[in-house]
Design a protein around this ligand. Structure first.
Ligand code: PLP
Ligand code: ZN
Length: 448
């Protein structure tokens, strides 16, 4: 059976198509974004039950590359790639856990967290980068004159690009906004041998510059306007449904910045529906930081107009984006999924992340945005407490310890009501016993 995929212009009046090995990021006819389209007719010949069985058989197996959560769905992702060109670090297959205690605290029985940060470079960006770098490797093998792969980043895209390029032996170039990413995010591409360009601008400024330099066809662009990444990232929605034994949840909440990921989530879910693996679609919620909320503002105007903003500094630094590249795709997705957009203030996101941590999570601030939005939507009655809700946790909390340190040292501009501080004591038994007595008594008082 031969399956095919190609780039297609998202403008329905145009619909121009291009092969996946063409170096093209915008439609050459009308300049709209492109997306990867699949031959759904060929895919539908296999039947829903047969796809489910195939995906189950491959899931987390050791049969390379199909044990990867992305490449286990290869026919739906990038069917024409040679397995020898696949650059995989066994991404995907991340745990989806029942957040029982957090759910109880907020009055929700059926709350689940999809931990996309439990992966190679610590964020969901791995899902897309394995696809993009594999395609680049294939193009180089076919003789394309690509010398390096470049991206602008708020820290996680660059970490993923650098690690996959290092695994493939391809040079990476990353443009980062100075002082606006975490220390872990800076050292990741440094360690992986990327050319790290640390610039006095914000993400939107880096994005403009990388589009300029990648006009040179020997520098391939790895940002999510390159829709190859969306193909890998769309497996997160498919995987969630698979983990629920092929049943879609009621609601999925996802933090959004450049808005590639919500578009990807929607694309995977629509493919499941089109190919008959699920009957109903979940509702999708995009959670934005109030300091970087251009989608939320457009949502309040019913998406009639869009205005880029200058994103302000936010603890949720990976979504500090004022001019999201995938805005159009995100709006299309939200319209198809009864979408909601909600925002969270700095205090709301930090407290929600910390409250989650108190129930056994270790949240990044972006996951905090999503959890805060969940609390607000529950309160507003827009999510019912009987619904099955999945929160997408986009990165590992260990990449964002600076933010957590500031929170627990109460160095932020708000109360930090869940702060917890280490006690500095002399190394003596009596001092420790005193501290234990005091602390355990306080806890008993609080419970009483
Ligand atoms: C990239 C990123 C996001 C936002 O995804 P978009 O596709 O830009 O909307 C959210 N959280 C984390 C941790 C990220 O790295
Ligand atoms: Zn076009």
């Amino acid at each position: 059976m031969s399956y095919r995929a190609w780039f297609q212009c998202i403008n329905p009046q145009c619909g121009a198509t291009y092969p996946l090995n063409r170096i093209v990021y915008h439609c050459e006819q009308c300049h709209a974004l492109l997306e990867v389209q699949h031959d759904l007719q060929a895919l539908s010949r296999r039947g829903a039950a047969a796809w489910m069985k195939l995906f189950e058989d491959r899931y987390k197996s050791n049969e390379w590359p199909y044990g990867s959560g992305v490449w286990g769905k290869k026919e739906w992702v990038l069917p024409q790639i040679d397995n020898q060109n696949v650059v995989s670090l066994y991404e995907g297959g991340t745990n989806l856990f029942w957040a029982e205690r957090f759910g109880k605290l907020v009055g929700l029985d059926d709350l689940w967290i999809k931990l996309c940060g439990n992966t190679h470079s610590g964020s969901f960006k791995d899902l897309g980068m394995t696809v993009l770098v594999s395609q680049v490797k294939q193009m180089i093998a076919e003789g394309a004159p690509i010398k390096a792969v470049a991206c602008a980043s708020t820290g996680d895209t660059s970490a993923a690009l650098a690690t996959y390029c290092a695994a493939a032996g391809i040079q990476s170039v990353v443009l980062l906004p100075r002082g606006k990413i975490s220390l872990a995010q800076l050292i990741q591409p440094v360690a992986n041998g990327a050319l790290v360009l640390y610039l006095d601008t914000d993400f939107d400024g880096c994005m403009k510059l990388v589009q300029e330099i990648t006009r040179d066809p020997t520098l391939y662009l790895a940002n999510s306007m390159n829709s190859l990444r969306v193909e890998g990232q769309k497996t997160v929605g498919i995987e969630i449904v698979q983990q629920f034994d092929w049943e879609a949840p009621d609601v999925i909440i996802i933090p959004g910045g450049n808005l590639g990921n919500v578009s990807a989530l929607g694309k995977g879910l629509l493919m499941l529906k089109d190919l008959g693996l699920i009957a109903k679609l979940p509702r999708l919620v995009v959670a934005q930081a109030q300091k970087a909320n251009p989608l939320y503002r457009a949502y309040l105007r019913n998406f009639e107009t869009f205005e880029p903003i200058r994103a302000e500094k936010t603890l949720a630094s990976a979504i500090q984006i004022g001019n999201p590249v995938s805005y159009e795709k995100a709006v299309r997705t939200l319209r198809a999924f009864q979408g909601i957009v909600e925002q969270a203030s700095e205090e709301e996101l930090a407290d929600a992340a910390a409250l989650g941590d108190r129930t056994g999570m270790f949240n990044c601030p972006h996951t905090g945005v999503a959890l805060a939005v969940l609390l607000k939507l529950l309160k507003a009655g827009k999510i019912d407490k009987a619904e099955r809700v999945v929160v997408i946790s986009t990165a590992h909390g260990l990449k964002f310890v600076e933010m957590k340190v500031k929170y627990h040292q109460r160095e932020l501009e708000f109360a930090c009501r869940h702060a917890n501080q280490p006690l500095e004591l002399p190394a003596r038994l009596d001092a420790i016993k005193d501290a234990l007595d005091r602390s355990l008594r306080q806890q008993a008082d609080r419970k009483a």
